[in-house]
Ligand binder design. Sequence first.
Ligand SMILES: Cc1cc2nc3c(=O)[nH]c(=O)nc-3n(C[C@H](O)[C@H](O)[C@H](O)COP(=O)(O)O)c2cc1C
Length: 566
Amino acid sequence: MENGKRDRDDMEVQTAPRKPRVLLAASGSVAAIKFGNLCHCFAEWAEVRAVVSKSSLHFLDRLSLPREVTLYTDEDEWSSWNRIGDPVLHIELRRWADVMVIAPLSANTLAKIAGGLCDNLLTCIVRAWDYSKPVFVAPAMNTLMWNNPFTERHLCSLDELGVTLIPPIKKRLACGDYGNGAMAEPSLIYSTVRLFWESQSLVRFRAVSKRWNSLLNNKSFINKHLSLSRPHFILLTKSKIYSIDIIDQRVTLRELHSSCRDSNLQYSRITTCDELLFCKYPPFHSKMETALWSPCLRQANLIKLYSVGKEFNAFGLGYDNSGPQKVHKLLLYHPPQVAAIYECASHVLRYINAPYEVRMPEIDRRSHVSLYGNLYWIDYNLQTGEYFIQSFEFTREIFKPFCLLPLQDNHCLNELRLAVWKGDRFSLLKQKFLRRKIEIWVTKNKIDDKEEVVWINFMTLTTTNLPNLFHKKCGVSYFIYDKTLFMCCGDDEASHPCIYIVKGDVCNKIQIGYGQITLIPHIKKRLACGDYGNGAMAEPSLIYSTVKTLLGVGGASAKCWNKFKP
Ligand SMILES: Cc1cc2nc3c(=O)[nH]c(=O)nc-3n(C[C@H](O)[C@H](O)[C@H](O)COP(=O)(O)O)c2cc1C
C-alpha cells in the first residue's frame, strides 16, 4: 500500500509540467529599486532566482525580494568554489534557467555584453548563455546615455545574439531630467516575457483552450498589441539589408543577417509579405534560387527553382487566405507567357493561365508590393497608353487590372514607384524625367475590391537637392511616415547607399556606413622615439581642413538620427 502510494506520487511528479525557470538579473541603475517588485511579479508564475551586480546593491533592497527567491552576488561565485571539480555558479545558473531577464540593464552592463566581457557573475552567465533560450533586457539609463550612439551600436550586437529588447519609456527620471531612458514598468516586463513564453508553447498546438481562443480572437486585444508594433521598412544595398525603424522620431537602421544569403550574389529585389521577406536574385542567374526569410523567427529558406524543371523565375510572394491556414505561394514565370504557382509548404508546382496582355517585367525598377496577400505592380497598356496597377490574386489565382494611375501626359521615362501606405493603402511616387520635383499620391480609402480607387495628391516636394532617381540604378524604395518622405537609395558604381529624409522644403541626405567618427589617417615620418615609420599624427593644418570640410558638407551621418524633423 505504502509502495503503491509512492509510485503514484512519483508518477505525478514526472507528469506535472514544471514551472518555467526564470533568472532575473539587475545591474547598477537606479531602476534596481524596482527589482523586488519585479521578482514578486514573476514569482507567482515561475521559479525565480536572482543575480545582481555589485553596483545594483546600492539601489535594491534585499529584503524586498520574495522569501523563496535566492539572491546571488559576485561573492557567491567565489565562495561556492574552492577546488577543481566544484560546481561553477555561473555555469550552474545558466544550465538551470529557461529564460533570463536583465532588468534594469545599465549602460555599462549593456556595453560589456555587447563586447563579450565577463568580469562578474551576471556577465559570465550571459557570456556562457545558450541563445536558443530567450534573453530579455530592459535598459534603464539617463536620456543622454540612451541617446548616445554607443547605445544603438551595443543594442545592435545584442539583437544579433537574439536578445529581445523591452524598450525604455519616457518619463521624469531620477536625476530630474525628463526624457526617454526609464525602465519599462515591472508589470509590462513580466507580461512581455510571459506572453512570449506561453505563445512559444502555443505554436506547437493546433488547438488551444477556450480562454486563449477567445483572447486570440478578441479584436481589442489584437489591436492593443498591434498598436505597440512600430513601422518597419526595408532597405536593400549591394551588400547589406537593413530594417529601418522609427521610434519617437528617431530613425534606426538595423542590419538583417540572413543565413541563406550568398555573399557573392546580390538580391535584386526584396518585398515584404506577411512578416516574410521575399528576396529575389537577379533574373536568370546560374543558381535559379529565391529566398524566403522571416527576420522575426530568424529563419530563411532557399527555394531552388531549377529543381522544378523549366527555367522559372520567381516574380512575387503572396498567400491564399481562404482556408483555416494561410497557404504561401510564389508566382513564377517563364517568358514570354508561361506562369505557374509554387506552393511553398507542399513544393507543388502548377501551371496557370496568364492572359496574353499580362506582362511580368523582369527588371522592374518600379517596385512590386504585396497587400492582403495579393501582389500589385505598375504596368503599361500598350493599346491605350495608360499606366495602371496590375494585380495577381493568390486565392483565386487570377490576374486583374486593378486601377489606373493618376498620371496625365506621363512620359515613359518618368520615375514611378509604388508602395503600401498606412498598411492598407497605396502611395505612388512620381518624378518627371530629369527633373527633381517629386509628387506623392495616395489612395483615399483602404484598398478593397468593392470601392473605386480615388487618388489624392498628398504632397509635392520641390526642394532642389532631391536626388535624380533616373540615375539611381539600384534599390530605390521609399515610404511616407508622419508627412515625411524617406527615400532609400541602394549603392551603385557612382554613389554610396543613403537615405533622403524630405519634409516640406528641407531634404537631409544621410549616407549609410559612415559613422560619426571620422578617421584622419596618421602619417609616415621620423617619430619621437627616433624610429622612422607610420604612426605620427596628421598635421594640425590637415586636421583643421578635414573637419572644416566635413562640417561644411552638412555633418557626417550615423546609423541613427535623433529627431528627423527638419
Ligand atoms: C546615483 C547613480 C545612479 C546611476 N544610475 C544609472 C542608471 O540609471 N543607468 C545606468 O546605466 N547607469 C547608472 N549609473 C552608473 C552605473 O551605476 C555605473 O555605470 C556602474 O558601473 C554600473 O555597473 P554594473 O553595470 O556592473 O551594474 C548610476 C550611478 C550612480 C552613482
